[in-house]
Design a protein around this ligand. Structure first.
Ligand SMILES: [Mn+2]
Length: 324
């Protein structure tokens, strides 16, 4: 168990930023918000920041619903190398984590580490959501958790675990029980409904039209720009098919390709699969059950004339190797 006093002592007297991974999702924002309020209890003010955009309308709505203030990096012009950064729901050196001027002194995350980084305070645990780790800070330190913050944390936990069906641990369930008793159930329902956007339907349509299934491997290309969250949603959607146990979904993105992989097979690690499959063309990584990656625009030529076939073969070859 981590002693949050160490974190408080470390931050005292410094300007503190809570940086989430780029293109933050509900868990990243809820975790940063929860941590921000936790630190406030000790008189430490902090600012939530991120690179990229908040693309989903539902995630933007979440900010309004819970009163979360988060700033894109372009709006933060006065950060210096003396300022302290806590990386939340992500780690320094990751492809989805922009290196800002501040000093990354602390990390609170629930993803596996791909590139080691020395933090003065590090709390990295593999759980369903980063929000669970942040909630435990309140419990262990006996810091009062208000209804609004609890509801935000529960929303993050719910979203990141696909309503407790993905990557969920006993720890997450204990935390759920705790948050469930405090949260505003009506508010949670309001934020949770209305999460589908009209544009999403277009992507679902393309997925239904383009899906190819080989054994229990589902493969979808969406021939237009989709945000990261939507690519991930389509991947979950494909996985819901009874015959599909591994899904690979990719869409056009900034001239390159954005990938999302899901695996229900315990013998097939989604993070390793994408990392290996894309190693010569781009990068990727993630959990055993879910992962993501990109092929940047510069490397698109490398895929050759039969791009989709090349990609498909990269994955099939690696699936074959992994399950040998
Ligand atoms: Mn997360």
């Amino acid at each position: 168990m981590k002693d949050s006093n160490q974190l408080i002592e470390l931050l005292k007297g410094h300007k503190v930023y809570l940086q989430t991974h780029n293109f933050p999702d509900p868990d990243a924002l809820a975790s940063a918000f929860g941590l921000q309020n936790f630190l406030k209890y000790y008189g430490i003010n902090s600012l939530i920041c991120y690179d990229g955009k908040i693309e989903k309308v539902s995630t933007k709505k979440m900010l309004t619903a819970f009163g979360i203030e988060a700033f894109p990096k372009d709006e933060i012009t006065d950060m210096t190398s003396d300022d302290y950064i806590i990386t939340v729901d992500g780690q320094k050196h990751n492809a989805n984590f922009t290196d800002l001027p501040g000093d990354e002194v602390a990390c609170i995350d629930h993803h596996p580490t791909f590139i080691e980084c020395e933090y003065k305070y590090s709390d990295i645990r593999i759980t369903g959501a980063c929000a669970s780790i942040v909630t435990e800070y309140y419990i262990n330190a006996g810091v009062p958790l208000d209804t609004n913050t609890a509801t935000a944390l529960l929303y993050g936990l719910k979203m990141d675990t696909a309503s407790f069906e993905r990557g969920v641990t006993d720890f997450d369930i204990d935390i759920f029980k705790y948050l469930h008793n405090i949260c505003d159930k009506e508010l949670l329902k309001t934020v949770h409904n209305n999460s589908m956007e009209l544009d999403d339907l277009k992507a679902y349509g393309a997925a239904i039209e383009n899906i190819r299934v080989y054994d229990n491997f589902g493969f979808v290309y969406i021939p237009f720009d989709c945000n990261d969250a939507l690519v991930a949603m389509i991947s979950d959607f494909i996985l819901a098919l009874d015959v599909v146990e591994v899904s690979v979904v990719y869409a056009t993105r900034d001239g390159g390709l954005k990938f999302s992989v899901r695996s229900e097979q315990s013998s097939l690690h989604a993070g390793k699969l994408i990392s290996n499959a894309l190693s010569d063309y781009g990068n990727g990584g993630g959990h055993a059950s879910m992962s993501g990656g990109v092929i940047p625009a510069d490397n698109m030529d490398k895929l050759g004339k039969y791009r989709d076939l090349t990609i498909q073969n990269l994955f099939l070859k690696n699936i074959e190797n992994a399950t040998k």
